[in-house]
Design a protein around this ligand. Structure first.
Ligand code: FMN
Length: 303
């Protein structure tokens, strides 16, 4: 018998596999391919105070072992989410996570205060989007600005608060410590790495935004290192992601220190990737005789 349930800052998840924000929309398109209630959780597409169309196309470029995206926080805005989308998804029997973004701190607070009236238990504060000119990653760039955003969000909600960290920094552990000190209940990492793709013949960037965020297997070793560093730096739970394509990849992130994991780019390869990864993870637990999924967290053996 294996027990896949995990505790994430007091919230019980059926298993540690969560769909990552921006790669699973609001869950609505995935119903045809799988039973999404089997997932540990779904991190919804970033929500902002006003609707956003996102950046001009092309917004996606395939690279070696990864994807560059510059979607730019396209979303219907918090009001349309609450009136049209939330009523359709609120009954899904999984942990819904609201990913919140904005250009200025007041925008984040507007969204969070409106979410306070929902049953969504967990807010993921996105201070790490590299694809918008204003806001996003700028809040995640220094311990001071990350602390300021976390402090304001903490004051605005009694819900659990998870801060999503940017990997485009020199000291991610210092930033994790700063958000923990301001009352974050968990941290999630990593968001995408700023990158670029060029067409040598036209000498133009492939993305209209010029730069984009790199995700997928190419970033996995760096993400694992960062998860391990942050795990040692804070006491709050860490949710790990970056290039998870298999159940064993998920186990590696947990061994590095993650309490749960998120799966992003893999959803762009196959819409049912999360369910496959979940069953591969269960097979790994059985094979390795791991009784409780949580026993894997931070179990890295360093001689
Ligand atoms: C197309 C696309 C859109 C994304 N949108 C968001 C977003 O809205 N909010 C967010 O916090 N992260 C967003 N991300 C980042 C992912 O949630 C995740 O942190 C990152 O892709 C690394 O995981 P992966 O390698 O499994 O994709 C997006 C990623 C992709 C590829």
């Amino acid at each position: 018998m294996i027990d896949t349930r995990i505790d994430l800052a007091g919230i019980s998840l059926k298993n540690p596999i969560i769909a990552a924000s921006g790669t699973f929309a609001f869950g609505e398109y995935f119903d045809d391919y799988m039973d999404i209630s089997r997932l540990g959780g779904i991190s919804l597409k970033a929500l902002t105070a006003e609707p956003r169309e996102g950046n001009a196309p092309p917004r996606i470029a395939e690279t070696a072992s990864g994807v560059l995206n510059a979607v730019g926080l396209q979303n219907p805005g918090i009001d349309r989410f609450l009136s049209e989308i939330y009523p359709k998804i609120k009954a899904i029997d999984t942990c819904l996570i609201a990913n919140v973004s904005g250009s200025v701190i007041e925008d984040y607070i507007t969204v969070i205060e409106k979410l306070n009236d929902t049953d969504i238990p967990l807010i993921e504060l996105n201070i790490s989007c590299p694809n918008v000119k204003c806001g996003g990653m700028q809040f995640g760039a220094t311990p001071e600005s990350a602390a300021e955003a976390t402090k304001a969000a903490r004051r605005a909600t009694g819900k659990k608060l998870m801060v999503k960290l940017s990997p485009n920094v020199t000291d991610i552990a210092g930033i994790a410590r700063a958000v923990e000190a301001e009352g974050a209940d968990a941290v999630s990492l990593v968001n995408t790495f700023t990158g670029m793709a060029i067409n040598a013949r036209t000498r133009k960037p492939i993305l209209a935004n010029v730069t984009g965020g790199l995700s997928g297997p190419a970033i996995k070793p760096i993400a694992l290192r960062m998860v391990n560093q942050v795990y040692h730096a804070v006491k709050i739970p860490v949710v790990g992601m970056g290039g998870i394509m298999t159940g064993v990849d998920a186990a590696e992130f947990m061994i590095a220190g993650a309490s749960a994991v998120m799966v992003g780019t893999a959803n762009m390869v196959s819409p049912s990737a999360t369910i496959r990864i979940m069953s591969e993870f269960e097979t790994f637990m059985k094979e390795q005789k791991i009784e409780r999924a949580g026993d894997l967290t931070g179990s890295l053996v360093v001689d």
